[in-house]
Design a protein around this ligand. Structure first.
Ligand code: DP6
Length: 399
């Protein structure tokens, strides 16, 4: 290859997915390395509906590392960003010294410009840090010619980000080494494994969450003996059961475990002192609705799970989506018309029987839910080849 004479930056763009835990991560044993007190398991959501896109440029002419998030320049000295940058550069240097990287030492010393956007509103209160850090690490790795296991680096950006490094069904094995080398994510089943599984994100409120996950779990670790019991005595068994339910595509078992684990996570929040409340009256109404719906049919057709905020994530099978969406629409009459209420994968029409409405028997709660995002299980991070999708111009600055 002739020596590169141009000052044009080297630019790479990638996308990464959001994931939703069905066995929750809550609590760290090491704050700096982000090592959890229990393993966790998640479903990767499809990037057609929810994704982060990140462009990274490197150039000899850049003076310093810089980052722009959703159109605004942010502080690159943030410790978790620094951890990811440092670890990728360390890995790249190691690979180069071992002789299995195409990256030359000059470009390793180049500064980076990073630009990142979400295709969903941050105000929706959906976990964006997982997709964000997964995308950052994946893109940086491409820029510096690093391949292979990267979830241990994404983990150092945000714990749940390590699970967004893979598609399908993913476990984060807690590991037990002090240095965290064995605390990694691993795919349990690929995204093609359970094509009938559907996910509905019920956006309940646009408010920001009251207590962030990082500080919330810190207080829980310090004060909740229920959390200690959960991590030591409940989660290990549930990891095995959940993996088995997914492997067998046993929806009832998957759904029941998902709901129980969400409930136990929120119970540990209540057991935290002072207590943390993430569920609001809309979330509680959704919980009742799901249980009454399942009871009406005498089988578990739908499951809910909630993270550190009031939005519900619903799991169901394709055949139940139209009816359940209309149940939600009936019991949470929206402000907007029907078309705006449902985003993402198209949902067929369905009529609701009087018998079902009466069987559920809840008082409708107008405007309780802003909108629904209909999606499915999806693949892990990927490279965007189309140069028109780049977020940085050819000079390496935001477009
Ligand atoms: C409730 O990964 O956001 O969503 O590691 O401090 O960045 P940090 O926390 P974060 O916590 C996510 C907690 C959760 C459950 C889960 O995703 O497993």
């Amino acid at each position: 290859m002739p020596e590169e004479r141009t000052e044009q930056p080297h630019i790479v763009t990638c996308t990464a997915p959001v994931n939703i835990a069905v066995i929750k991560y809550w609590g760290k044993r090491n704050e700096d390395l982000i090592l959890p007190i229990n393993s966790s398991l998640s479903v990767t959501l499809h990037q057609d509906q929810l994704k982060t896109t990140t462009t990274v440029a490197t150039s000899r002419s850049f003076q310093e590392d810089r980052i722009w998030l959703n159109g605004k320049e942010e502080d690159i000295t943030h410790p978790r960003l620094q951890s990811c940058l440092r670890e990728i550069r360390r890995l790249a240097r190691k690979r180069r010294n071992d002789g299995d990287s195409g990256v030359d030492s000059a470009s390793l010393s180049h500064k980076v410009h990073i630009c990142s956007v979400n295709n969903f509103p941050t105000a929706a209160g959906l976990a964006s840090s997982a997709a964000g850090f997964a995308c950052l690490v994946y893109t940086l790795a491409r820029v510096f010619g690093v391949e292979g296991e990267l979830s241990g680096i994404a983990r150092q950006g945000s714990g749940s980000a390590c699970r967004s490094m893979y598609g399908g069904f993913v476990q984060w094995i807690m590991g037990n080494k002090e240095d965290g080398k064995d605390s990694l994510a691993q795919q349990v089943e690929p995204e093609t494994h359970w094509p009938e599984l559907r996910i509905l994100v019920l956006v309940a409120s646009a408010e920001r969450k009251p207590v962030g996950s990082t500080s919330g779990m810190q207080t829980s670790v310090k004060t909740s003996c229920l959390l200690k019991h959960r991590a030591e005595s409940v989660v290990p068994g549930r990891m095995v059961e959940m993996t088995e339910a997914i492997r067998k595509k046993d929806f009832a078992a998957f759904a029941e475990l998902t709901m129980k684990d969400s409930n136990q996570f929120h119970a540990t929040c209540l057991d935290t002192y002072p207590p943390i409340f993430y569920l609001n009256h809309v979330s509680q109404q959704i919980i009742s609705l799901v249980h009454r719906y399942n009871k009406h049919y005498g089988e578990t057709r739908v499951a809910y799970t909630f993270d550190a905020g009031p939005n519900a994530v619903i799991f169901t099978l394709q055949q139940h989506v139209p009816e359940f969406v209309h149940v939600v629409q009936h019991f949470f009459p929206p402000e907007t018309n029907g078309a705006d209420f449902i985003k993402g994968l198209p949902v067929n029409c369905a009529s609701l029987s009087e018998e079902l409405k009466q069987g559920i028997g809840l008082e409708p709660m107008p405007k309780g839910i802003n909108y629904i995002i209909s999606t499915k299980v999806g693949p892990g991070p990927c490279v965007v080849e189309d140069p028109t999708q780049q977020l940085l111009s050819s000079d390496g600055f935001p477009k």
